[in-house]
Design a protein around this ligand. Structure first.
Ligand code: SF4
Length: 233
């Protein structure tokens, strides 16, 4: 599809990124989860704000593995090995990180799947007997949803190749252009015609992001959008 839209000059969008995905050894076992596709295809085009809620909460590296656990009507953090309730500052730290000034400048977050802190709809909630009750958001993600409703949330598993990374960069640039009020009517007409989800409030960007890596996702219209950044993008 030929795109004849006026170029939009943008700074690189700020994205929160789970620190373990950047190759930093901050996981409970002292390991990392560096993600090659993100490093190669995405990081050059964004301003990265790395964070690890569990390290920020003073839990140390290495540390005992933890899990989200149902306790009556409440959800607690417990030791994964025994289910014993853990008194820690993870909730207050997650609240603090979710309302921090850097977080407010971010347009998106790339977060580690299945983590009790960073998992997006993929974090297991356990019964006290160790069986899985449900999947949901990790503690930090719960706070992000509460305090930063505009953020585009994505797991690293949705960014498995160059194409999905390029599409996500474009969606982040759109989010930033929307935030800065730089999208003229001709842009809006193009986007709404290309994908019906853009008819939704806030251009439906949250909904489009959910399509990333989906088998039926038709997101090729994003690639030629004429954004001009200060870096390579
Ligand atoms: S998943 Fe989140 S809390 Fe766990 S090590 Fe990575 S950044 Fe830290």
């Amino acid at each position: 599809m030929t795109v004849k839209l006026p170029a939009i000059h943008l700074p690189k969008p700020v994205l929160l990124v789970s620190q373990c995905l950047l190759g930093d050894p901050v996981r409970y076992d002292g390991a990392h989860k560096q993600h090659p596709a993100i490093a190669q295809h995405l990081l050059p085009h964004i301003t990265t704000a790395a964070l690890c809620p569990e390290v920020a909460a003073g839990m140390g590296v290495p540390r005992p593995a933890i899990r989200r656990q149902q306790m009556g009507d409440s959800e607690i953090i417990a030791l994964a090995s025994s289910g014993a309730a853990l008194a820690n500052s993870l909730l207050s730290t997650s609240q603090r990180l979710a309302t921090h000034a850097t977080t407010q400048t971010a347009v998106a977050a790339i977060l580690k799947a299945r983590s009790p802190s960073c998992g997006i709809e993929s974090s297991p909630l356990f019964n006290p007997d160790g069986t899985i009750l449900a999947l949901g958001d990790g503690l930090f993600v719960q706070q992000l949803r509460k305090h930063q409703t505009h953020l585009l949330l994505v797991s690293e598993e949705q960014l498995h190749d160059a194409e999905s990374c390029v599409y996500f960069v474009r969606l982040c640039q759109l989010a930033l252009a929307l935030k800065l009020n730089l999208l003229r009517e001709d842009w809006l007409v193009y986007l709404r015609k290309a994908n019906a989800l853009h008819q939704l409030p806030a251009l439906g960007l949250q909904e489009v992001v959910r399509e990333l890596s989906g088998e039926s996702a038709e997101l090729h219209y994003l690639e030629p959008l004429p954004f001009i950044g200060r870096g390579k993008n």
